[in-house]
Structures are given as structure tokens and as C-alpha cells.
Design a protein around this ligand. Structure first.
Ligand code: KG4
Ligand code: ZN
Length: 358
């Protein structure tokens, strides 16, 4: 079956045609990074306006590149949430209209579940139970996935997402936007042992992540050592490269350390590391070494599938459509949509929000 995936949750307008849930026939991504760069981050109003301008073209291109017609499409999968409300609405409304007008089954997909499915194209099939570390600009979660489609949050960030920390530290050092790839390049010239950052401690003992303390520690280090942020055209100084390398090392150690500890306890058959931050080579290397120690395979998406795309949304939607799930005609964007349908202690307190419905 052919699925048309549509993604517009943040600053990428994307559409993709995927066959049988794991073969990409086309994947078109229109990135807005250049529009947001002068502001040092995503401007929501600008983002929704650009989605509106691009969505029709992006979908048409995805169909043309896949050499298929709308009549060939067996289902439409659209990102329903979480994300920016104006951005999500563009994709959801377009998908809903298209599905209704052409009588095509529609399914709303959780963006984070999409990132989990980004590994299905280039790796052997996922063996369950699996564990997935999803690290992006908006999310940092470690999921336990006992079987396909079942999610329990093992660890979540208490404050900033890992990608957000990269972006904020890059801004602090005058490095530009988005921060992740720039810090990674700079870190290659620096010494990761130059600055010692202490690991964040969570007072209630849960295995959660926290990156805002690390960001504050970087800011204090900059102030105390009178480091001058870089300006356009500056050659990066040794001290900034060292700081970038030490910061990256602290983030990677926190992510991989928690994943390894939880995996040793829960014993998954597959590890998944995905989301924009999974582009980071140091994260990949450390996660690979941890997986070797655990004796478990780890799957990563290639770089173009790590950051936001619609192929992963189509893949996640294919699974849901296969099991007969279909969105109601009144489907709308859900900015706080959560990916957890198995309860844990934390969730028991919020029973009413445990299941996400489409
Ligand atoms: O998954 P994504 O495209 O969008 C969200 O769903 O948030 O992730 C974007 C994030 C940004 O914060 C960006 O700085 C980060 O991924 N990122 C990286 C790298 N490439 C992108 N972080 C660390 N190292 C990288 N190489
Ligand atoms: Zn994402």
C-alpha cells in the first residue's frame, strides 16, 4: 500500500510517498532554516505562513517524484502533534481536506512516534521489546516499546530538550543557528576534557534528563573566563572550541549513560537512537559502544532521516492504518500530544491524559 506522509509541525514542510511502510518512493523537504536564521530560532508566525505557501507544491512534488497519482494513494498520514499550533494546523487541514475530497483513509501521527519509525528504512526489522532514545530540538525522551505501537516513557527531560541546549549554547557563544551541527564541527577541534561539567542530579531519583543546568554552567564559564562570543567571520578560538567539545561531551554522556543503564535493566532486543541530535557523530559513536557492551544492535536513521521529514510520518501512519485506525472527520492539531499508552507511576496521577486518541 502507498502512504502519503505530510509533516509540518515545526520549520520543515515535508511530504513523502512510502510503499508498504518501509520503502521510500519520494521524500521532499522544504526547510525554513534560512528564514529563521536571522532571528536565532524558529518564529512561529513566519513558520505557519511559509508552510501555507509551500505545502501544495511539496505534496505535488512528492507525488511526481514517486511517479504516482493521488488515485494510487491508499492512506494519508499527517503529523497531528506535538508542535507549533499554526504550523501543525496547515498540515492537518490540508491532509483532512485531501482525504475527505478523495475519500482516502486518514490517520493522525504523533511526531515523536514518527522519529521512532525513521529507522525502519535502512535497518533490519525492529525486534521487540525495543528501547528508543528520541533526541531533537523539541523533545528528549527514552521510550520502552514492549511491542509495536506500545510506548512507556522511561526518561524524559525535566526542562530543555538536548537539541534546544545545543541551540541555546551556540547562541550564547555567537555561533549561529541551528546550533547542533555548528557545535559538532567546532567540537572536533577542541578538547572534551578541558571543562568539567557535573552531571545533573534529579532530586526524586527518577532516571530523567536535565539540560538547563548545563546551559547555565556554560553561561557562568563564559562570564567567569571573560570569553567574548564570536562574530561573523571570526576564526574560532581554542577556548571556544574546548568549551563546545566539553559541552557536547556532557550532553552525550548524559544521554548515553541513562540509555545504557536503563537498557541493562530492561534488556531490549533493539536500541533506537533518532531525532535531529542523532546526526551527531559523537552521540552515534558512544551509543554504538554502549550497544556493543550490552550486546544489542542499535539502529540510527541516516542524517536526512534524522531531522524532520515526512517519510517517518508515513511509516508510523502505515502501521496505524494497517490496524484499521482512522481519524475522525473532526481531527485537529494537538500541540501537547503525548506518546505514551502504557501507564507508569507518573501517568497514574494523570489518568485522564494517558491514552492519546485520534
Ligand atoms: O528533529 P529535528 O529536526 O526537529 C525537532 O523535532 O525538534 O531536530 C532539530 C534539532 C536542533 O536543535 C539541532 O540543533 C539539532 O537537532 N541537531 C544537532 C545536530 N544536527 C541537528 N544536534 C547535535 N549535533 C548535530 N550534528
Ligand atoms: Zn522532530
Amino acid at each position: 500500500m502507498l502512504i502519503l506522509g505530510i509533516e509540518s509541525s515545526c520549520d520543515e514542510t515535508a511530504a513523502s510517498v512510502v510503499r508498504d511502510g518501509h520503502e521510500i518512493l519520494s521524500s521532499i523537504i522544504s526547510s525554513q532554516i534560512d528564514s529563521h536564521r536571522p532571528f536565532g530560532g524558529v518564529v512561529p508566525e513566519l513558520a505557519s505562513r511559509e508552510h501555507l505557501e509551500k505545502i501544495e507544491f511539496v505534496i505535488e512534488r512528492a507525488l511526481t517524484d514517486a511517479a504516482v497519482k493521488l488515485e494510487d494513494i491508499g492512506g494519508i498520514a499527517v503529523t497531528q502533534g506535538p508542535g507549533l499550533i499554526g504550523s501543525l494546523l496547515v498540515g492537518v487541514c490540508y491532509a483532512k481536506s485531501l482525504a475527505f475530497a478523495r475519500d482516502i483513509p486518514l490517520v493522525g501521527v504523533n511526531h515523536i512516534e514518527g522519529h521512532v519509525y525513521s529507522v525502519v528504512f535502512e535497518n533490519p526489522p525492529i525486534q521487540y521489546p525495543a528501547m528508543a532514545l528520541i533526541v531533537s530540538g523539541g523533545h528528549t525522551n527514552l521510550f520502552w516499546i514492549p511491542e509495536e505501537g506500545q510506548y512507556k516513557v522511561v526518561s524524559r527531560t525535566r526542562d530543555d530538550a538536548a537539541g534546544e541546549a545545543f541551540d541555546k549554547v551556540a547562541k550564547m557563544l555567537g555561533l549561529g543557528y541551528p546550533g547542533g551541527p555548528i557545535i559538532e564541527n567546532l567540537a572536533a577541534q577542541g578538547d572534551p576534557r578541558a571543562v568539567k561539567f557535573t552531571k545533573a542530579k534529579i532530586s526524586d531519583g527518577r532516571p530523567d534528563f536535565s539540560f538547563s543546568g548545563l546551559k547555565t554552567a556554560v553561561s557562568r564559564y563564559v562570564r567567569e573566563n571573560e570569553i567574548v562570543p564570536m562574530r561573523n567571520g571570526d576564526k574560532p578560538s581554542k577556548v571556544i572550541a574546548d568549551l563546545a567539545a566539553s559541552f557536547q561531551q556532557a550532553v552525550v554522556a548524559a544521554l548515553v549513560g541513562t540509555m545504557e543503564k536503563q537498557a541493562a535493566e530492561l534488556q531490549p532486543k533493539t536500541l533506537i537512537v533518532a531525532g535531529g541530535v542523532a546526526c551527531n557523530q559523537s552521540l552515534r559513536q558512544h551509543a554504538t559502544r554502549a550497544a556493543e557492551r550490552l550486546g544489542v544492535p542499535v539502529y540510527f536513521p541516516s542524517k536526512h532521516l534524522s531531522t524532520d521529514n515526512a517519510a517517518m510520518i508515513a511509516a508510523a501512519g502505515a502501521h496505524r492504518l494497517k490496524f484499521g485506525e482512522a481519524a475522525a472527520a473532526n481531527i485537529s492539531a494537538d500541540i501537547t500530544m503525548r506518546l505514551q499508552n502504557l501507564e507508569n507511576e507518573d501517568e497514574a496521577l494523570r489518568k485522564s491524559r494517558v491514552r492519546y486518541k485520534l
